[in-house]
Design a binder for this molecule. Structure first.
Ligand SMILES: O=C(O)C(=O)CO
Length: 277
């Protein structure tokens, strides 16, 4: 057991950001990784030029890494936006326009997991109106994911850093997962268990793992406090990942932590544990 038993991938939207986007896949490969994940890279463009999509696809293929997770368009991440799909008007329209583009891009690289971030509450808009819009958009997203053989991920963020986002606990994210599956009839909506966000919420992580592992489609980690590499904070990440593995989780674990020098931040992870693809 231990870190050697997991399939890790590098999140190229938070790590290696000191490099231009198109250089990051090769940097991850050079550090020994076989797989990467991304937030939607064009924060202002849900439907970028085909040439931009092609260039990123080529950079990933040339690096010889596999794309294993992609966020749908979610506005300006890591803030001030926390997603777009529950925000009426232009943001919802952008999310819908992005669905087929992101799903096709994922499919072109064999990526089987698409993450749909919920978005902030909007002053003056009835939360019930936002939640109905969110459900409608998540069902559309579940269908697009299904069209390309992918799962749809629903992630809980954390309340201290995302005070206007309503999906800030594991039970709340699971409630949305269940609603989307009931409404779509597809069963492809899964929980994205981000142990950093959940710990920031003060959740009991062993209990979250025990309760929700069977509905978890992807895991992300960072230490807490600080959202840094494992070992920079006080979370027992190795033990938590062991618990996940023993409970039957065999999916990807995304390294979604901050590091000023990404290449120097992987000492905690034996080289042989980086190469999964
Ligand atoms: O924006 C964040 O903090 C996320 O974890 C998005 O996936």
């Amino acid at each position: 057991m231990g870190y050697s038993d997991q399939r890790f991938n590098v999140n190229l939207s938070i790590l290696f950001t000191e490099l231009p986007l198109l250089e990051r896949p090769a940097a991850a490969a050079k550090a020994g990784f076989g797989a990467v994940e991304l937030w939607w890279p064009w924060v202002d463009a849900p439907t970028p030029e085909q040439s931009e999509l092609d260039a990123l696809k080529k950079a990933i293929e040339d690096a010889g890494v596999r794309l294993v997770g992609l966020n749908f368009y979610a506005g300006q991440l890591p803030g001030p936006d926390r997603g777009a799909l529950s925000v009426p008007g232009e943001e919802s329209a952008k999310f819908r326009a992005n669905l087929a583009v992101a799903a096709d891009f994922a499919q072109s690289l064999g990526c089987k997991a698409l993450n749909a971030l919920y978005g902030n509450r909007v002053d003056g808009v009835d939360p019930a109106v936002q939640d109905q819009l969110a459900l409608d958009n998540l069902v559309l997203a579940a269908r697009e994911a299904d069209r390309v053989g992918a799962i749809l991920l629903i992630e809980a963020l954390n309340a201290p850093e995302s005070p206007k986002c309503p999906i800030v606990s594991a039970p709340k994210a699971i409630e949305i997962v269940d609603k989307v599956n009931a409404a779509s009839g597809l069963g492809n909506a899964k929980f994205l268990m981000d142990l950093y966000h959940l710990s920031m919420n003060g959740e009991d992580l062993p209990s979250v793992i025990e309760q929700y592992v069977d509905r978890t489609g992807h895991v992300q980690i960072a230490d807490n406090p600080g959202r840094g590499a494992p070992g920079t904070g006080s979370l027992p990440l190795e033990g938590l990942l062991d618990q996940l593995r023993k409970a039957g989780y065999e999916g990807w674990v995304g390294l979604e932590y901050k590091a000023a020098d990404a290449a120097a931040s992987f000492d905690w992870l034996p080289a042989e544990a980086r190469a999964a693809r």
